[in-house]
Design a binder for this molecule. Structure first.
Ligand SMILES: *[C@@H]1O[C@H](CO)[C@@H](O)[C@H](O)[C@H]1NC(C)=O
Ligand SMILES: *[C@@H]1O[C@H](CO)[C@@H](O)[C@H](O)[C@H]1NC(C)=O
Ligand SMILES: *[C@@H]1O[C@H](CO)[C@@H](O)[C@H](O)[C@H]1NC(C)=O
Ligand SMILES: *[C@@H]1O[C@H](CO)[C@@H](O)[C@H](O)[C@H]1NC(C)=O
Ligand SMILES: *[C@@H]1O[C@H](CO)[C@@H](O)[C@H](O)[C@H]1NC(C)=O
Ligand SMILES: *[C@@H]1O[C@H](CO)[C@@H](O)[C@H](O)[C@H]1NC(C)=O
Ligand SMILES: [Cu+2]
Length: 223
């Protein structure tokens, strides 16, 4: 008995150590390290659990197991089971909206983001609307995906303990728009709370090339 639980703990630690990234909150649709490379939701094509998530101010936490990684977070709203990338930036009436969290670079460890779905002004996003949050992650070994299926609830707040209490949650401006503004106010979220203000220029360049590769991945998927 003891031996068995020891084995389970050991295999859990082994898989956590190999992971590219994990989604701490909200609850992931599913995590399979090997299938994480499969669009759109890392190998999980069907909605199973849907959890409540704030329509207003909220946090999202991931853990990254690469030295540096680039992250983009998008949301599809009012669609039971989104199956194309465009459903994560376009309403049913054809209006496009920005990502929930723009491209940003993170160090290894936990990363937390302040988000507010209501601030995206998506017409269909009201109390009780279904949504799917999509984490797109690149730690240098491919573009990886995880989804979280939620119901947006007005006035709901992230439960205490869902986010590690000793980390600072970052405010990441929306991704640079196609009309390039040189002063994107992206900043890397850090576990310690100290700002990782490395080289903004190289971050911008790598963000742009990642935008390109993400879009390539997206269009490859759509073809
Ligand atoms: C996912 O949904 C599809 C279409 O409804 C179904 O054919 C398939 O069996 C489902 N897969 C799982 C794992 O439930
Ligand atoms: C659904 O959520 C419940 C409660 O969080 C959890 O116990 C269960 O394992 C989840 N099921 C799946 C398929 O993720
Ligand atoms: C929306 O997403 C699609 C698919 O990823 C992409 O081709 C398109 O450029 C995006 N539109 C905007 C305005 O960002
Ligand atoms: C949402 O609407 C508010 C108020 O009109 C505006 O300040 C904000 O820029 C809008 N956000 C987006 C993403 O369009
Ligand atoms: C949102 O909907 C839930 C039930 O789904 C309800 O309990 C709650 O009062 C609603 N909140 C607001 C602000 O209307
Ligand atoms: C935060 O707390 C967890 C345990 O709750 C600990 O493992 C981790 O090292 C702490 N992180 C920092 C940056 O203090
Ligand atoms: Cu990896």
């Amino acid at each position: 008995m003891k031996f068995t639980s020891g084995l389970i703990a050991a295999s859990f630690l082994a898989s956590a150590a190999q992971a590219h990234f994990t989604l701490q909150y909200p609850q992931t649709r599913g995590f399979d390290d090997d299938a994480e490379v499969t669009p759109i939701c890392g190998g999980f094509n069907n909605v199973t659990n849907r959890t409540e998530f704030p329509l207003g101010p909220a946090q999202i936490q991931i853990s990254s197991f690469h030295t540096t990684a680039t992250v983009l977070i998008e949301v599809a709203v009012g669609i039971d089971n989104p199956t194309t990338f465009s459903q994560f930036n376009t309403t049913s009436s054809g209006t496009t909206y920005p990502p929930l969290v723009g491209f940003n670079q993170i160090p290894e460890g936990p990363a937390c983001y302040n988000v507010d779905i209501s601030s995206l002004n998506i017409s269909g996003a009201t109390n009780g609307t279904d949504a799917t949050i999509l984490i797109i992650y690149d730690g240098g070994d491919g573009t990886l995906y995880q989804c979280a299926d939620v119901t947006l609830v007005q006035g709901f707040t992230v439960p205490k303990g869902a986010i590690e209490s000793n980390i600072t949650c970052a405010n990441i401006a929306s991704a640079p728009s196609t009309t390039s503004s040189s002063s994107s106010s992206t900043s890397a979220p850090t576990a310690s709370g100290k700002s990782a203000s490395g080289s903004d220029m190289s971050m911008t360049i790598s963000s742009i090339s990642l935008v390109g590769s993400f879009l390539l991945a997206a269009s490859a998927y759509l073809l």
